[in-house]
Ligand binder design. Structure first.
Ligand code: SF4
Length: 484
């Protein structure tokens, strides 16, 4: 008799308390997907219930026992679902829950979504009796059906054969693109409600995800239609409507309803969010964002780097992972922002801060991927790692291409000049030897987290990161090196 989910006793605990569990390299049995191997997860609706073998898990490729300890393998998780209340619109909603339910499995770490999935299986889990990925598949199906009773039938196809993963990934990407295209043409002003998502609060408790037609979720997995479908089918679940309320700032995208949700969802940590701002009260970022943005004060512009980039360092000397460490955790971090790739295509893309006219650097593979979103006149003005290596060469590049940040950015949406530019910046004069320059007393300066990183000297061999520091400067004395 074949095992079914009702009969099977799993060799691992299944409990929501394991959500957010991290498996470090030292405890790693195998890694699946992630930065170095292809991977994806996909839910497909099957309208004919007869075509689904309920509870069955098929594995294509090597299983755990055939994998080398410490190795990394390709990984695809495809689920076929049927239910009278289900249609294609719910595919993305069900798919996003894979992250949540697999997080309940002890010794199994699931991060990210779509074609970014990153799974780790711990040595302990294998020691305790985890033998096959089919056990993971059956536990996942059991959880899906218990938590979402509208799923009547479900089967899984897990793939670890790399060629097969790559072959099916092409099809998955076409499906993701078709889902994303649905929100084109619908804008924030066309709807009365946005949607919240609290799925990631298990590891980022103050995270406030607000999904709107012009701002797809930062994980890239939930657009406004998906969130609406989720709220309807699972009203007690993580997605609920946020009535927009009054619009306080049309350019920044600030609404009374969103501000109320920010207070409620962050436990009072944040009281306002501008949906389309980068520098002023930006959207919070958990850990799932597809792309991290970082402000570069030396050029008064913004850079972007994405998860899975081939580029090792940004011009500020930080990698994606280091930047992600500063952005994540459900914080509203001035100077950093996590977004979904699709937000680049939004007509309101960081419009409060000048939109594309403020973008000075992108990882080349990201720039290539979203090139259709970049306005024609800005394409050659945005540097990549192929053009510049550090801040100095970035400044030179921007001057050479006459980037808007050089002479001041005029916000396209309202014609307001929002930055002054730095072309005419006076060259800093060093006072003659022995002269002490006294600077008058001034208000205390609070460095935001980005400034703290920049102040740390990113091009120096030593990095000092000051978190939540208040620095008061009463007097600055400038001296030549070696002078007493
Ligand atoms: S990143 Fe936001 S929208 Fe995506 S699953 Fe997490 S909380 Fe939900």
């Amino acid at each position: 008799m074949g095992e079914t989910e009702a009969e099977e006793v799993f060799p691992f605990d299944i409990n929501p308390m394991y959500e957010g569990e991290r498996i470090r390299k030292v405890n790693l049995y195998v890694e699946l997907g992630g930065q170095s191997k292809p991977g994806f997860e996909l839910v497909l609706f099957e309208p004919d219930p007869e075509k689904i073998k309920d509870g069955e898990v098929t594995l294509i490729g090597p299983d755990l026992e055939e994998m080398e300890e410490g190795g990394t393998y390709a990984y695809a998780m495809i689920y076929r679902v049927y239910g009278e209340q289900i249609d294609k619109d719910l595919e993305a909603v069900i798919e996003r829950r894979n992250h949540e339910y697999q997080g309940y499995i002890q010794g199994y770490m699931h991060l990210n979504q779509r074609a970014e999935i990153w799974v780790r299986i711990g040595k302990e889990a294998v020691k305790k009796g985890l033998k096959t990925l089919k056990q993971i598949g059956r536990a996942t199906i059991m959880l899906f059906k218990a938590e979402l009773p509208f799923i009547e039938k479900m089967e899984a196809i897990y793939i670890t054969d790399e060629e097969e993963v790559v072959r099916r990934l092409a099809e998955a990407n076409r499906i993701y693109e078709a889902r994303d295209a649905k929100t084109m043409g619908l804008h924030d002003e066309d709807v009365d409600e946005f949607y919240q998502c609290t799925l990631c609060q298990s590891f980022a408790p103050t995270n406030v995800c607000v999904v709107t037609p012009d701002r797809t979720a930062l994980c890239g997995a939930m657009n406004w239609f998906d969130s609406r479908a989720a709220a309807r089918i699972d009203p007690e679940g993580p997605n609920a409507p946020i009535p927009k309320g009054e619009c306080i700032d049309t350019i920044g995208g600030e609404y009374t309803g969103v501000n109320e949700a920010a207070i409620r969802l962050s436990g009072g940590e944040y009281d306002s969010i501008k949906l389309h701002s980068f520098l002023e009260r930006p959207h919070t970022s958990c850990g799932c964002f597809e792309v991290a943005g970082f402000y570069i004060p030396e050029v008064d512009g913004i850079g972007w780097v994405h998860r899975g980039t081939k580029v090792s360092e940004t011009p500020i000397g930080l990698t994606f992972s280091t930047i992600a460490g500063s952005v994540g955790g459900g914080k509203q971090v001035k100077g950093f922002l996590g977004i979904g790739i699709q937000y680049f295509y939004s007509p309101k893309f960081i419009q409060y801060d000048g939109g594309w006219h403020r973008v000075v650097w992108m990882a080349s593979d990201l720039k290539e991927r979203v090139k259709d979103a970049i306005p024609e006149e800005m394409r050659a003005k945005i540097a990549t790692e192929k053009d510049v290596r550090d801040i100095e060469s970035l400044r030179e590049f921007l001057k050479r291409v006459n980037h808007p940040v050089v002479n001041g950015v005029v916000r396209e949406v309202d014609g307001v000049r929002i930055t002054e530019g730095w072309a005419a910046e006076a060259v800093e004069e060093v006072p003659p030897a022995g002269v002490e320059e006294a600077v008058p007393e001034r208000e205390p300066v609070t460095l935001d987290p980005l400034a703290q990183v920049i102040a740390s000297g990113v091009n120096s061999p030593v990095k000092i990161i000051l978190k939540d520091a208040d620095i008061r400067i009463g007097k600055i004395i400038v001296k030549r090196r070696g002078e007493k």
